[in-house]
Design a protein around this ligand. Structure first.
Ligand code: 1CP
Length: 341
């Protein structure tokens, strides 16, 4: 069993296991080399040899406890007929936004699609990764993927997406159902290819009211988890409703997750007193402190570990590593966590 599976099965692991969101990426010089060789970001995701290589880079450099397969939550949008590109400095651009073309074509399948390449990358990576390290597969949660499909890319204002969902409620719920089906089969494919843990990223869960959070976050996420668990009941599921504040509790209780990833804004006493009673916690060192490094970072890690150490937990970040982060700061984090007894 790999380390995260042992943890999910109630085994005490000390010092706590460590892996970090966006641990493969542009802050690592060796990533940039492969990224340039691959050509585009999408080629990097879809070429199993390259995807596997960058997935393993942070494990080789820092000896982290888990690898997360290199891919992107938005690849799935291509499967519903949306043209996807990633532009330097801009990020994802989804050309056929739902707003322009509200009637989508036939329902896509994972079988026979480009997403199968991610399965191949997982297969390759599992064979290269040592037995005790976990390999995490992932997908985006329907609401977060929908925000990109509606907005046509990254936006920090979600009012347009929420309005579109309200104005087109029947199409919106059809679309969520399609994404539930696709995401569940995609996670199942990843597990059958060798992922031993899966994660669902709901990066924009925090912008919704309680009622919409129930309909667009909790309901679809619990459907995905239950479909995955029907096939793979023992595979731990990590889920991340970023920014959900007090709704984290409902999410932890109602979705069927095993591990809850928490953002850096969430109050650590709430995490300890409420969330740790419901699930294994992963988090929540701030990516900004990781960027700064030094004494402040150490102090934060110390508070984090001392707060959560009473129950099984995973040391992680509240969000992804920022691209300006010096790799040495990641090494410092790992060394410091491993010095705890
Ligand atoms: O060229 C590059 O290197 C682009 C940067 C990059 C990277 C490294 C993007 C573009 N995606 C990724 C890989 C990625 N994305 C991984 C695997 C790597 C790892 O974790 O080590 C994962 C798990 C994701 C997930 C992802 N993509 C999320 C959910 C997590 C989060 O960060 O909130 C989201 C929202 C995306 C969309 C996305 N992908 C990339 C960009 C620039 C964006 C938009 C982000 C935004 O709107 O703020």
């Amino acid at each position: 069993m790999t380390v995260l599976c042992k943890l999910a099965n109630g085994k005490k692991i000390w010092p706590p296991p460590i892996w970090l969101m966006r641990q493969a990426g542009r802050y690592l010089p060796e990533y940039n080399v492969v990224r340039n060789k691959a050509g585009s970001f999408l080629d990097l995701c879809y070429k199993p040899e390259y995807a596997s290589e960058v997935t393993l880079q942070p494990i080789e450099r820092f000896d982290l406890d888990a690898a997360i397969i290199f891919a992107d939550i938005l690849l799935i949008a291509q499967n519903v007929g949306i043209k996807l590109r990633f532009l330097e400095e801009i990020g994802p651009v989804l050309e056929k936004s739902l707003l322009d073309s509200p009637r989508l074509g036939k329902v896509a399948q994972v079988e026979g699609s480009k997403l199968m390449n991610i399965g191949d990358a997982i297969n390759l990576t599992r064979a290269r990764l040592s037995k005790e390290k976990s390999l995490i597969g992932f997908c985006g949660a329907p609401w977060t993927v929908m925000t990109y499909m509606i907005n046509g890319g990254s936006k920090k204002d979600f009012s347009q997406a929420i309005k579109w969902m309200d104005d087109n409620s029947s199409l919106a719920s059809d679309m969520i159902d399609i994404l539930v089906e696709l995401s569940a089969s995609y996670l199942i494919l990843q597990i059958s290819a060798g992922a031993d843990v899966v994660k669902i990223f709901d990066s924009w869960a925090g912008v919704l009211s309680k009622e919409k959070f129930d309909d667009w976050v909790i309901k679809p996420t619990s459907e995905i988890i239950s479909k995955v668990k029907q096939v793979y009941p023992d595979t731990p599921v990590i889920a991340f409703p970023k920014g959900a504040h007090k709704l984290y509790e409902k999410y932890a209780c109602e979705t069927g997750l095993n591990i809850i990833a928490v953002d850096s804004e969430l109050d650590r006493d709430f995490v300890k007193d409420i969330l740790q009673k419901k699930a294994i916690v992963q988090g929540n060192v701030s990516p900004n402190l990781l960027l700064k490094g030094g004494a402040e970072l150490k102090q934060d890690i110390e508070i984090n570990i001392n707060k959560f150490r009473g129950k099984p937990f995973i040391v992680g970040l509240g969000h992804g590593i920022l691209k300006e982060t010096p790799p040495q700061h990641v090494q410092d984090l790992v060394n410091f966590v491993r010095s705890f007894s």
